[in-house]
Design a protein around this ligand. Sequence first.
Ligand code: UDP
Length: 327
Amino acid sequence: MTKKRVLITGAAGFLGSHLCDRFIKEGYFVMGMDNLITGDLRNIEHLFGNEDFIFYHHDVSKFVHVPGELDYILHFASPASPIDYLRIPIQTLKVGSLGIHHLLGLAKAKNARLLIASTSEVYGDPLIHPQNEDYWGNVNPVGPRGVYDEAKRFQEAMTMAYHTYHGLETRIVRIFNTYGPRMRLNDGRVLPAFIGQALRGEDLTAFGDGTQTRSFCYVDDLVEGIYRLLLSDYAQPVNIGNPNEITINQFAEEIIKLTGTNQKVIYKPLPTDDPKQRKPDITRARTLLNWEPKVSREEGLKLTYEYFKSLPAERWNEEPYGRDFKK
Ligand code: UDP
C-alpha cells in the first residue's frame, strides 16, 4: 500500500518537529519544510536519513511547490513567541497571509486536506472566560501582538473562504499555551524562560504582578488532538489545550519546587496587551474528537525539565535575543 503523504510547514520548530515524529510513527511519508528563522534543525536531526522523511529548506511566504501527490498539509510555520514576533513582525504577518495563500493554492492543486495552526491569541485579551470557539475575541490590531493575532485571524478567514468557495477540505486548530521538550530555551515564553533561569541559577522573572493566568498543555496531548482533528470531518475551529488554569506566580512556585534550587521570583513590567486570563473551553474537542488532555502538569513539567537538563550546558546560555526585552 502506498504511504499517505503529508507536508508539515514549520517542521523544525517545537510543534512541527513533534508532528513529524507522530506522522512518521503512524506510517506516513513526511515532507518537512522550514526557513529556519525560528526553527532549529537539531529538533529534526534524528529524522535525516529516514526514508519516510525529506526536508525542504524553504520560506512558505514565497511560492511553494512539492513534487508528487499530497494528501495532507499542516501549516505550522510562524514565529510563535511574543519576543519572536516583536523581533520579526513583517515575516510574522507574511507567513500568516502570503504563506497561507500559497499553501491553500497548493492544497487545491493537489486536492489535499489542509489543517492550520491557529491560536488562542485570536481571542486577544478575552472578555469571556473560559474561551469557547464562538467568542470573536478582543484584539488590538495595532498593538505589538497585533502582527501575530491578526495574521492568525486572517489565516482563519482565508482558510474558511477556500473551504466555502472552493470546497477545499480544511481544519482549524486553536492552540492554547503548550509546552514540552524542544521549545527554544531562549524563546522568551514563560516555561523556557523559567526553566532556563533555574538552570543558570538566576531568579525567575514574573511579568506584572504575576496574577495573570494561563493553562498549559503538554505537547503529546496537543499532538493527539491535532491528529484526531485532521482525520475528523469538522471544518469549524476547535480549541485544543488544557483547561487546568494557574497564575504565573503559582507556575513560578511549581518550577522552583521542581528544579529544587533557591531562586526567588522577581517582578518585571507587564508587556503591552498581555492577556490577563486564558483558559480553553474544550467542550467541542471532547464532544467531536473524544479528546481531552491526559498528562498532568506535574508529569509534563518533569519530562520537560529532564529534557532541558540533559542538553549540553552551553545551550542553556545561548543568547536570548529577548533577554533585555521589556515591553
Ligand atoms: N511571563 C512571565 N515571565 C517571563 C515570560 C513570560 O511572567 O519570563 C508571562 C507573560 O507576561 C504572560 C505569561 O507569562 O502573562 C505567558 O507568557 P508566554 O510568553 O509564555 O505566552 P503568551 O501566553 O503570553 O502568549
